[in-house]
Ligand binder design. Structure first.
Ligand SMILES: Cc1cc2nc3c(=O)[nH]c(=O)nc-3n(C[C@H](O)[C@H](O)[C@H](O)COP(=O)(O)OP(=O)(O)OC[C@H]3O[C@@H](n4cnc5c(N)ncnc54)[C@H](O)[C@@H]3O)c2cc1C
Length: 385
């Protein structure tokens, strides 16, 4: 049996960020993911907001060109435009980013097991025995702290008795590429109760990479069929037929806010597993970077002092407080089931007050906790052990 201070299940953005920071603090880390290759089965559009690329340094070549314009469309495709003087969004090249972060982890001494699934855990006072399965073979690990970074439907959360996500939407998109850089990078967002019930449809276009997708409550639509209709409906805005198809992406997004019980003496949850997603925009990349950074501080202290009760200090309260109004807005939007109401809502957004509100949602920075949960990712930084 192998021993590690920390075992992290899931090498998405949350797991990679946490592993890297823990290793830099001298903690021994095992990182395991069921994927054989992290660039397969990517499920996110990868739009990073300004606050994230201001606060975290990204490795070169991992972000697309900046986007500072947003077009918001009603069900009848009536458009309102928002423009910022700042670079508001950048689409991550997620395959390159995951690989770069993984290289950094492995280079600094994190042990990584690909194609390895979490199976079960038995806890004892001060640690646990984790059973993984790697290509059909059981692998047993003795670890002081178990971290669930295994996404929206976390098996770790269930296994160690932490809260699980209950409110989820689904997103499905297709990714295309342009041969030549186009010079009107723009985020197009569409409100449509039929094609994206309770959420949005989108075309995120940074001039090179184009993501066309729909999201909403699974019970109220069929994402693949909705995407097909959506592409036809928006052909005059961006016509995908002349573009190179890259891949389809999709998955579930927790939108119920950060969960209440995300830590106990055996371990803790980060990223989607902890519900760390803005309930309104369904953006989870920034919260998962911040929560993982905060988690790494707490875990390192617990390992250093050999005191598992330190883990109990970890909570998502800072996020939850900021997500309250967004949670209510999500509930309000999910009740708007008629196209007529949405059309009316969009007309209001075209007015002066509505426009201010839309700017606040798209360009505001109100949902980011600044204190504690902040760290800086430096591509070439190597920890001194
Ligand atoms: C279609 C879609 C579009 C999105 N677009 C955006 C966006 O543009 N901007 C934004 O901010 N947010 C977006 N989100 C949300 C965002 O992608 C997530 O919040 C974020 O990626 C969560 O990262 P994570 O590391 O917590 O989880 P994940 O990226 O889900 O990583 C979890 C990892 O755990 C592994 N795993 C799961 N179970 C096991 C197991 N039993 N054993 C071993 N490994 C396991 C998985 O293979 C995976 O690699 C989107 C989500 C979806 C579905």
């Amino acid at each position: 049996m192998r021993n590690y201070d920390v075992t992290i299940i899931g090498a998405g953005l949350a797991g990679l960020q946490c592993a890297r920071l823990l290793r830099a603090k001298g903690v021994t880390v095992l990182l395991a993911d069921r994927k054989a290759d992290l660039s397969n089965g990517i499920h996110t559009t990868g739009i990073f907001v300004r606050k994230t690329f201001e606060d975290f340094a990204f490795p070169a070549g991992t972000l697309g060109k900046p986007i500072s314009r947003v077009s918001l469309y009603s069900p009848n495709l009536r458009r309102s435009g928002l423009e910022s003087s700042l670079d508001e969004f950048r689409i991550g090249r997620m395959d390159v980013l995951y690989k770069s972060l993984l290289n950094d982890c492995v280079g600094s001494g994190v042990d990584f097991l690909a194609a390895t699934r979490f199976i079960s855990v038995e806890t004892y006072d001060g640690g646990s025995i984790v059973t993984l399965e790697s290509e059909g073979t059981p692998v047993r690990i003795d670890t002081k702290v178990l971290v669930g970074a295994d996404g929206a439907n976390s098996s770790v959360a269930k296994a160690i008795g932490l809260d699980q996500n209950r409110e989820l939407i689904v997103g499905f998109e297709e990714v295309y590429e342009r041969a030549k850089q186009h010079n009107d990078p723009r985020l197009h967002c569409f409100l449509d109760a039929e094609l994206a019930p309770g959420y949005l449809a989108w075309i995120a276009d940074d001039g090179h990479e184009i993501h066309v997708g729909v999201g909403g409550y699974a019970a109220h639509f069929k994402p693949r069929a909705a995407l097909k209709t959506f592409k036809n409906k928006t052909r005059n805005i961006v016509d995908c037929r002349g573009l190179t198809f890259v891949e389809s992406r999709g998955g579930q997004i927790p939108v119920g806010g950060v969960l209440k019980k995300i830590a106990n003496r055996a371990g803790l949850l980060i990223g989607d597993a902890a519900g760390a997603v803005s309930p309104l925009t369904a953006g989870g990349l920034d919260p998962c970077m911040r929560l993982s950074t905060y988690a790494a501080d707490i875990i390192a202290e617990s390992v250093r002092t050999r005191d598992p009760s330190i883990l109990l200090q970890y909570s998502g309260n800072e996020f939850r407080a900021r997500f309250v109004s967004r949670l209510w807005m999500r509930r309000a939007i999910s009740l708007l089931k008629s196209q007529t109401f949405l059309e009316l809502g969009c007309a209001l957004l075209r007015g002066r007050l509505g426009n201010r509100f839309a700017r606040h949602v798209f360009f505001g920075r109100g949902s980011f906790p600044d204190k504690r949960a902040l760290g800086t990712y430096r591509a070439n930084e190597r920890p001194t052990l």
